[in-house]
Design a protein around this ligand. Structure first.
Ligand SMILES: Cc1cc2nc3c(=O)[nH]c(=O)nc-3n(C[C@H](O)[C@H](O)[C@H](O)COP(=O)(O)OP(=O)(O)OC[C@H]3O[C@@H](n4cnc5c(N)ncnc54)[C@H](O)[C@@H]3O)c2cc1C
Length: 374
């Protein structure tokens, strides 16, 4: 069989977006994913309006119409009884509440429908450029294999091993965790974020009535408290969270991950194109990680330009990195400052009060976080 034009590592939103866009440009693509199917993820699952626009551009939206609840605003509460509401919809486009496996299944189905291929259970163990060609080592179960292609997109997530991004090993840091609940006292499409001493808890309710309860907590890697205990502590501290969760029942296991390797800028690798978290890990409460991942394909399309796949992969890689930096660097920097403020016990409540009660500040923050940019 002839080698494909592009190999893509990772079937998360970044890898699938890249594959759909390259396929639309006429490329023969193969996505390599280590899991046997879209797995549950530690993620809030909120897609901002920019991400919804990317799903339209990629042609995936019709496959989500029965599963996506529109999210038009978010309720914020914080310790001490503070409460505010922030608009999410931008230029009449709402955000979306879609369970992660549903989103990824819809994208994988769309990719298959347009002629792209996915190899599940295929873990990439190494990649090397030889002249103009990438040679990629793959383990399919226990069977080793080697694939070659002129284009390589690395979209292997926040702890990327193939991007060359160095992740410093810290003991303390921000940990993410989540679990699904039924019976939470908020309707489909409702998003509420509850800020406390150790971080925040976000509740996002899907069309089927289940709610993803997802938190970000600062702690030491050696800490032994279970995620259930971490949530119980937040419930004790935050009355609004307590009243929403009082009637609720947990329906799956807690999942946790950390410390999270946040980035201030894009990691640029020598050669492969990096997508989504492999390029940079942003702050969950910015609500744009999925959107940035979904933007991988549209950014590749913009970088390919009119020359399409005929141009040089290296020149295209430079253009892609420039598109990426222009779109996301200011927001990554803003996220770093916002994370510092939210982690500060004194600044956090007053910063939130100021932002939520001053329309000018609120507009500024929203333009930096949920802006819809072409
Ligand atoms: C606590 C928390 C809450 C969050 N909440 C939100 C939110 O509400 N909204 C939002 O927009 N963002 C949120 N994010 C961020 C969001 O989850 C990520 O930005 C997004 O998942 C990035 O997508 P990706 O495709 O880059 O990576 P991933 O979704 O991680 O996908 C990477 C894929 O690569 C595969 N892979 C890895 N290594 C290999 C290998 N060697 N070979 C083959 N396959 C491999 C993995 O199995 C995986 O399927 C949150 C993050 C955290 C931690």
């Amino acid at each position: 069989m002839a080698p494909p034009d592009a190999l893509i590592v990772g079937a998360g939103p970044a890898g699938l977006s890249a594959a759909i866009a390259l396929r639309a440009a006429g490329a023969d693509v193969i996505v390599l994913e280590q899991h046997p199917s879209p797995p549950p993820r530690v993620c809030g699952a909120f897609i901002n309006p920019e991400g919804a626009a990317h799903l339209e551009t990629l042609g995936v939206m019709p496959r989500l119409s029965d599963a996506a609840a529109p999210v038009t605003d978010a309720t914020l509460t914080w310790a001490g009884g503070g409460r505010g509401r922030v608009p999410i919809a931008r230029s009449a486009r709402a955000g979306l509440a879609v369970p992660r496996p549903v989103l990824e299944r819809a994208m994988a189905e769309h990719l298959a429908a347009v002629g792209g291929r996915i190899r599940w259970n295929a873990r990439v163990t190494g990649a090397e450029r030889r002249g103009c060609i990438w040679a990629v080592e793959v383990m399919s179960g226990t069977v080793p294999d080697r694939l070659v292609a002129p284009w390589l997109v690395v979209a292997d997530g926040r702890f990327s091993s193939l991007s060359g991004r160095r992740v410093s090993k810290t003991r303390a840091g921000w940990f993410g965790w989540n679990a699904s609940f039924t019976g939470v006292d908020q309707p489909p499409g409702a998003l509420s974020l509850h800020f406390g001493r150790h971080g925040y808890v976000g509740l996002l309710t899907f069309l089927d009535g289940t709610t993803n309860v997802c938190g970000l907590t600062r702690r030491d890697a050696a800490a032994t408290a279970s995620w259930e205990a971490v949530l119980a502590e937040a419930i004790d501290e935050l009355p609004a969270l307590s009243s929403l969760l009082r009637p609720a029942t947990r329906v799956d296991a807690f999942r946790g991950v950390g410390p999270l390797p946040f980035s201030r800028r894009m990691w640029t690798a020598d050669g492969p194109l990096l997508g989504g978290d492999a390029a940079a890990v942003g702050d969950p409460y910015m609500g744009e990680g999925i959107s940035r991942a979904l933007g991988t394909g549209p950014a590749l399309t913009a970088a390919l330009g009119r020359g399409g796949l005929e141009g040089s992969p290296l020149a295209m890689s430079d253009r892609y990195n420039a598109v990426w930096r222009h779109r996301y660097h200011p927001r990554l920097r803003f996220g770093t400052v916002a994370r510092w403020m939210l982690g500060h016990p004194r600044l956090s409540p007053s910063a939130l009060t100021q932002v939520v009660s001053h329309p000018f500040l609120l507009r500024l923050v929203l333009s930096l976080t949920h802006a819809t940019r072409s």
